[in-house]
Design a protein around this ligand. Structure first.
Ligand code: GLN
Length: 196
């Protein structure tokens, strides 16, 4: 069975585990770097990216997470998790993991729209997906190797680069598990290819 980890330092961890299990895979909360060896893919949840980064440093996750990405293991960043994956953060000289070739802008949907829902057309999904946006980032620029999966109001809100997936919204906060499924399919494919 496929095991998908959720970085369990901060944020919407349980909700992702629930969604992974609803898709028929095993979910594992990752609290220590050694545990990354036990999983076939990792979800970086939403929460608060600067707090999450502080905890990544405190628990010495930085290098292991970069190695995880470099080994081609699938990663899915949602909301703050997308910011953690991004190569560039607008208005800042520092990035976090810097593995997904995008520039993100934080809290980019304006104060009056701190939180909202929107029906999104997502490449790979047949029916629209209701995105829950909470002080969400968006992707300002995507590199040549990045496939844009969804846009809202002319802004990129979901993208994929190889085995890396990122979205601005919180797919785990709905009962629609298709985004999680999309990620699990990437992880399944990666695992099969790694065996051959
Ligand atoms: N605004 C948060 C940040 O910049 C992200 C919000 C979220 O994950 N819901 O980290």
């Amino acid at each position: 069975m496929l095991t998908i980890g959720v970085l369990g330092l901060q944020g919407a961890v349980r909700e992702h585990i629930r969604s992974i299990e609803a898709c028929g895979a095993a979910g594992k909360v990752i609290k220590w770097p050694e545990e990354l060896k036990e999983i076939d893919g990792l979800i970086l949840p939403g929460g608060e990216s600067t707090t999450m980064r502080r905890l990544i440093d405190t628990y010495q996750f930085m290098k292991p997470l970069q190695e995880f990405a470099a080994s081609g293991k699938p990663m899915f960043g949602t909301c703050a998790g997308l910011i953690i994956l991004a190569k560039k953060i607008a208005g800042s000289d520092d990035a976090h993991l810097g593995v997904l070739d995008v520039t993100v802008e934080r809290n980019s949907f304006g104060r009056q729209r701190d939180s909202f829902e929107a029906d999104l057309t997502v490449k790979g999904l047949e029916e629209p997906f209701t995105g829950v946006f909470i002080r969400a980032p968006h992707i300002l620029e995507a590199g040549a190797g990045v496939e844009v999966l969804s846009e809202h109001d002319g802004r990129i809100v979901a993208a994929k680069q190889g085995n890396l997936l990122g979205c601005s919204f919180h797919p785990e906060l709905t009962d629609d598990h298709r985004m999680t499924k999309l990620f699990i399919e990437i992880a399944e494919k990666h695992k099969q290819e790694a065996v051959v």
